[in-house]
Design a protein around this ligand. Structure first.
Ligand SMILES: O=C(O)CC[C@@H](O)C(=O)O
Ligand SMILES: [Zn+2]
Length: 572
């Protein structure tokens, strides 16, 4: 089965890592390589339970150097005077149709809470962005959302819709004192068509719970991401989130069948179609996918669940260069065809930090400059495993892949996924993280990472060994990390520093955005624009597109109450 021409090194790796699983499938569970490497963790972690913190527990994350202030100053505008300041009459109105326990208001405006009680809703997951909202409302249906929006629109009160608050660009938190409309209590499944897989649910349903629900009917959600345990489907839709299943199921623009949306004037647009085909005019729902709550509030989602694969295999590979990662990915598309369901990569620095954070061991014997995770999903276990194994043999024989480990059971699959999906959390714990989520042609995907490292080094602000440098002026950056969804041309460039520092920001921006523009990329592949990126939109969208976006915004939200100060750049 194995090539006789393999170098000794590769041959021995193949023998150790893959051979037992192939030659003696019945012994797979006791296969020493894969079980040993995972037996050491000091704490057990599984992606199934790894979730972004819900708003209430945000404070459990601490970041060096952050006070109670907004980071990086991306919002240049002062609070708009056109918006009404809340008072007790507003609170009384909301209490006229919603019970008190669903109207969180501070004492200052007639409620019983203190400002700190609302902290979890005012701060984003990364604690980069803070608002000072004094009112959080929890509607339970579209009619209540309609009443809230109509009142806010009539009285020019600014609002921010909030789902699981896992947004990475500050899109789900207020900038100033906007009313927070939390979708947490709109969390019911409305219907599931078991023949077609069309699921209709409230926008506040948690993604992982939906996946578990449809899983009982042999289906799976077409989207999956690290924040699945906290993020809401409505937030996924509003961000046009991508995630790890994008390679197989594509964009939400394709899998969302319909939406229920409440417009700022209170109109409930019910377009919860479950049809796969419908060519009757403008496809209004598409405008709300990725609108980040700037046009209205998504209250219901109809989405096409896919058939749940019965056989899932995962392998982690060690590679010597990004070029080898890319070629291995291209080869996987050719060799694995339709059973290829995910192909993710990360660099050595990510691996070091994620293993340290979760107390796990590298499943491979040596350390490599790059790692990739390849997943197959299909319906014929034996066939799929042998396809994956022969792909791994092929790539190792050709020298593309240096080493690999094939998961032997679900626990190992979960742990391998933790190595990839746990990277954002481990970096966040490592220090203050500057995040860039960019779309770039695959051939150039990693180039920017060493480039940024050199740039920071030359400027004297990068020192990977100075973990305790906190003078705020020198050596503040301790890690430059590249990882992401290579199959979708999506790089996550994360720069970790002791603290957020203006000098570092100036070295990174607009340099990164200009670099992206030069390769015709996108400054946001899947995280959206939020507070962080409106002023950078110009690097990806031309003035005529931005103007058209403005026309759309003005048509739906003439008073500008929906998630203000975000998304679109300030008008010239
Ligand atoms: O935190 C990030 O930069 C990426 C988060 C997420 O999109 C991922 O792919 O893990
Ligand atoms: Zn991602």
């Amino acid at each position: 089965m194995f090539s006789k021409n393999l170098s000794n090194n590769v041959k021995s790796n193949l023998g150790k890592v893959f051979a037992p699983a192939v030659r003696q499938p019945c012994l797979a569970r006791s296969f020493s390589k894969a079980t040993n490497v995972f037996s050491a963790p000091s704490r057990s972690v599984s992606p199934a339970t790894f979730t972004r913190n819900a708003p209430k527990s945000i404070r459990s994350l601490t970041f060096a150097g952050l006070g109670n202030k907004r980071y990086m100053g991306h919002v240049a505008e002062p609070r708009s005077a056109k918006f009404k300041k809340l008072d007790s009459s507003d609170v009384k109105y909301f209490q006229s149709f919603m019970p008190k326990e669903r109207v969180y208001a501070t004492a200052e405006i007639g409620g019983s809470l203190e400002q700190k009680d609302l902290e979890g809703f005012n701060a984003d997951w990364l604690e980069k962005y803070y608002g000072h909202s004094q009112l959080v409302l929890f509607p339970t249906n579209a009619q209540e959302v309609s009443k809230i929006l109509k009142y806010c629109n009539d009285n020019t009160i600014a609002v921010v819709p909030q789902g699981g608050n896992t947004c990475l660009v500050g899109g789900s938190v207020p900038v100033y004192d906007e009313v927070i409309i939390s979708m947490t209590k709109m969390n019911k499944v409305r219907s599931l068509d078991k023949d077609s897989g069309a699921l209709v649910c409230d926008a506040g349903c948690v993604l992982e719970e939906l996946d578990n629900y449809v899983g009982e009917f042999g289906l799976t959600m077409p989207i999956d991401l690290g924040a699945k345990g906290s993020c809401h489907i409505g937030g996924n839709v509003s961000t046009n989130a991508g995630g790890i299943r994008y390679l197989r199921y594509g964009s939400l623009h394709g899998s969302v069948l319909g939406l229920e949306v409440v417009l700022p004037d209170g109109t409930i647009v019910n377009n919860l179609s479950t049809l796969r085909k419908d060519s009757t005019g403008y496809d209004i729902k598409q405008l709300f996918i990725g609108a980040e709550g700037t046009l209205g509030i998504v209250t219901g989602v109809s989405i096409l669940a896919a058939k749940k694969p019965s056989s899932v295999n995962v392998a982690v590979l060690g590679l010597k260069s990004y070029e080898d990662v890319r070629n291995t990915f291209l080869s996987s598309k050719q060799h694995l065809c339709e059973i290829l369901s995910a192909f993710e990569f990360w660099d050595a620095r990510c691996m070091e930090i994620v293993l340290g954070h979760f107390g796990m061991k590298n499943p491979l014997e040596g350390d490599y400059p790059f790692y990739a995770l390849v997943e197959t999903s299909g319906s014929n276990g034996e066939h799929d495993e042998s396809k994956l194994t022969s792909f791994l043999e092929l790539t190792m024989e050709s020298g593309l892949v240096m080493d690999g480990a094939l998961a032997q059971d679900k626990t190992q699959i979960a742990k391998m996924w933790t190595m990839r999906e746990g990277i954002p959390e481990s970096l966040a714990k490592f220090g203050s993280t500057y995040k860039y989520d960019i779309s770039i042609p695959i051939s150039k995907l990693y180039q920017i990472v060493p480039d940024i490292k050199n740039r920071l080094e030359e400027a004297g602000v990068y020192s990977p060994t100075s973990e305790d440098s906190s003078d705020g002026s020198k050596h503040v950056v301790k890690s430059v990390n590249g990882y992401g969804h290579i199959g979708d041309g999506n790089l996550h460039l994360n720069i970790v520093a002791d603290s957020f520092n203006e000098k570092v920001t100036d070295l990174l921006e607009p340099y990164i955005y200009e670099w992206v523009e030069n390769v015709n990329g996108s400054i946001s592949a899947e995280h959206g624009l939020g507070i962080m990126k409106p002023s950078c939109l110009k690097y990806t969208k031309g003035p005529e597109i931005i103007n058209t976006m403005r026309l759309i915004k003005d048509m739906f939200d003439p008073n500008g109450i929906m998630n203000p100060y975000k998304y679109l750049p300030k008008s010239a």
